[in-house]
Design a protein around this ligand. Sequence first.
Ligand code: SF4
Length: 114
Amino acid sequence: MKKVAIIGCGAYMDSGYGCPGEWRCLKAAQLGEGKFDEPSMVTALVTCECPGRTVAPNLGMAMRLSEMKPDVIHLSSCMVGAKPGCPYTSAEERAKILEEATGIKVVLGTHDYH
Ligand code: SF4
């Protein structure tokens, strides 16, 4: 089974805009729906915190402590599609930073649920 790490936008999740990170990303990963091309094991769910500097180190810590290296990293749909968008870093830029820091492919988005 493919192993995946998910990065969520903390500002979105903490503000009660309809997703405190409780099920959408996890359901899509488990069923292989949305941006997941097969049922996948979530090895880490890391919350971004403004301005986003903690993401790469926190993901690295999760990988070290869990001793599980994900095959793919997904930026959550709230992070990729939020309107207004992240004022600090575009999803594409964040994906590039994470790919360079980890050597792991980053996919933009997780699910299509409402
Ligand atoms: S830096 Fe951007 S992506 Fe990260 S929590 Fe803040 S608004 Fe969300």
